[in-house]
Design a protein around this ligand. Structure first.
Ligand code: ZN
Length: 270
């Protein structure tokens, strides 16, 4: 089955996919600095690749179509390093409100927001919640590919347990996909501690921090541990996990109002 890219299809083909109850993958990522060795497109390139591979795998069981990536996200914390375009949350929510409303009006009722940028994780969950309450009869899944694939990714990596900004994992995947855009002449010199604890306060609380407060060069982790073979393994692990998410009937199962009759009349959101 050919890859189902929304942008390549004719309107009547998309109407047929809607009639087939296809899942719409809407990738979202970022355009932001990725250290001295990687281009600013990394997150958008990787979210697109994972989406395409996942759709190809899932499509055998569940019709799936992939929108073009929303290439900017919430990247304020990367602005001090240059090269970064950031949206604010209200704008990202508005973009997805229009995207989900559009696809739903065309008959699609299953949407996966496929996120490829750490700064978007909480925003994507909030977008899924807000739009699920606003728009009836559409199921919206917020998935960050490396979180959905965490248990499959960990055994592949040496320096870190999951994807970190411009480190071993992202550098490996870019070496596999876009080697000409990677400056691998001195990867060892770009190493920084692979640590996200700067985002924590106390035992389990959050505080916002600019990335320039925790890394001198915009990297988290050790890109010298990267190689293309590892990148291919990571892309396969991530797309396997997203495909499994899409083809699992439980992902799309309707909810049931379990309340007693005495509370009937108070709204319940499916
Ligand atoms: Zn990244």
């Amino acid at each position: 089955m050919a890859l189902m890219e929304w942008a390549n299809l004719k309107a009547h083909e998309l109407r047929a996919l809607a009639a087939d109850d296809a899942v719409v993958i809407a990738p979202v990522a970022a355009m932001e600095q990725h250290g001295p060795h990687l281009p600013v497109q990394v997150d958008s390139r990787l979210a697109t690749e994972v989406s395409h591979r996942a759709a190809q795998k899932a499509h055998k069981e569940q019709a799936t179509v992939v929108l073009p990536v929303v290439w900017a996200g919430l990247s304020e914390h990367h602005m001090p390093f240059g090269g970064t375009i950031t949206l604010n949350y209200e704008t990202l929510l508005s973009i997805f409100r229009c995207i989900v409303d559009s696809v739903q009006r065309h008959g699609f009722n299953k949407v996966v927001i496929l996120n490829g940028h750490g700064g978007n994780i909480d925003a994507c969950k909030m977008i899924a919640q807000s739009l699920s309450l606003e728009l009836e009869d559409v199921t919206i899944i917020a998935a960050t590919y490396w979180l959905e694939a965490a248990s499959r990714i960990a055994p592949i990596l040496e320096d870190q347990s999951n994807v970190l900004h411009a480190g071993e994992a992202e550098t490996s995947m870019m070496l596999q996909l876009e080697a000409d855009l990677v400056d691998d002449s001195d990867l060892a010199s770009h190493r920084t501690p692979a640590d996200l604890s700067f985002l924590l306060a106390g035992e389990g609380s959050f505080r916002w921090r600019d990335l320039a407060a925790v890394t001198s060069n915009g990297v988290l982790g050790d890109p010298s541990k990267a190689n293309a073979a590892k990148g291919e393994q990571l892309l396969e692990a991530a797309s396997d996990a997203i495909s499994d998410l899409i083809t699992n009937p439980a992902t799309w199962a309707p909810t049931t109002d379990l309340r007693e009759d005495s509370t009937a009349g108070v709204p319940f959101h499916r």
